[in-house]
Design a protein around this ligand. Structure first.
Ligand code: AMP
Length: 312
């Protein structure tokens, strides 16, 4: 495949850089009756990403990993320019974890013309990260829709770490009838609880220590849920108490939401959407406690998903 430096070419896995190249490789796999899995990433791969690749490789015959830092999902003051880019290393990890093709397009290959068409999932993108990152999810759903149309996967893999993104992509797939099964993969953590993230690279050792307050707060909320606590404000306060112990941590939000509608839970009211005016209602989802905070140069997110039937 064209225009790659030596290290990438020698990685023992093909790297497509154009839409035509990836289409050709996937079409050949399809002709051989292989099922196609897609793992969309922005690169700087870590064990969270490789767990998605492992899961895809266990479930699909031909796994495509896309590596693309999508400018459309970054706000003007966000970290697009300094986002870590480690393509040579990423490609080796993809091969080691059983992927068959890397798709690493240039911005030009993905957006040859000014983009005039966007996919926007309503309501589900209003709160949580959508509130502090306007336009972010529109960028995500637009690039994911493009990747789905380019790769035509049977299954696509997303991490529960970015819970709102997972719900938003699932809804796009349902609402627009993409013939893709979306698979959610549980959050991969460091031994001390920190959720793996490419943005953890921005943290100094002191900030990394302070960042543990996010997962500590969520653990406190989980213990309370397991003990029967259902008042969202109590759960929020437990998370906030941990964040407040760390002067290096500045909260963006702490929310307790219904895991399907992403609406804040109100104590004593049944979860699920209101369904006014005869609209179909969303069934109640799991209880999700979600947190976002700035730590040094990094904006970090984490969540816990509490399913009543299988609380562990
Ligand atoms: P990103 O490269 O940050 O866009 O992430 C690509 C995919 O990897 C997304 O579906 C993320 O949700 C997922 N991911 C990132 N970090 C983790 C993690 N710690 N555990 C599980 N999945 C993750």
């Amino acid at each position: 495949m064209a225009n790659l430096d030596g290290a990438v070419q020698d990685a023992g896995i093909p790297v497509a850089v154009t839409v035509e190249e990836v289409r050709e490789a996937v079409a050949a796999a399809r002709r051989a009756s292989k099922t196609i899995g897609l793992v969309p990433t922005m690169g700087a791969l870590h064990r969270g990403h490789t767990t998605l690749i492992d899961t895809a490789a266990a479930q699909c015959d031909f796994v495509v990993v896309s590596i693309f830092v999508n400018p459309l999902q970054f706000g003007p003051t966000e970290d697009l320019d300094r986002y870590p880019r480690t393509l040579d290393r990423d490609v080796v990890l993809c091969r080691e974890h059983g992927a068959h093709l890397v798709f690493a397009p240039t911005d030009r290959a993905m957006y040859p013309k000014p983009q005039r068409t966007y996919v926007n999932v309503e309501k589900l993108t209003d709160g949580l990260c959508g509130a502090s990152r306007p336009g972010h999810f529109r960028g995500v759903t637009t690039v994911v829709a493009k990747l789905f149309n380019i790769v035509l996967p049977d299954r696509a893999y997303f991490g529960e770490k970015d819970y709102q993104q997972l719900v938003v992509v699932r809804r796009m797939v349902e609402d627009l009838n993409f013939p893709v099964t979306v698979v959610g993969v549980p959050t991969v953590r460091e031994e001390d609880g920190l959720a793996l993230s490419s943005r953890n690279q921005y943290l100094t050792p002191e900030e990394r220590q302070a960042a543990l307050s996010l997962s500590r707060g969520l653990q406190a909320a989980r213990r309370a849920l397991e003990a029967g606590e259902r008042d969202p404000q109590v759960l929020i306060d437990l998370v906030r108490a941990e964040l407040a112990k760390e002067p290096l941590v500045r909260e963006d939000y702490v929310s307790v939401v219904d895991g399907f509608t992403l609406e804040p839970l109100i104590y004593g009211r049944e979860p699920g959407s209101e369904g006014a005016g005869g609209e179909p209602q969303d069934p109640p989802g799991p209880i999700v406690v979600a947190v976002a905070a700035h730590v040094g140069q990094a904006r970090l997110i984490d969540n816990l998903i509490y399913r009543e039937d299988q609380p562990a």
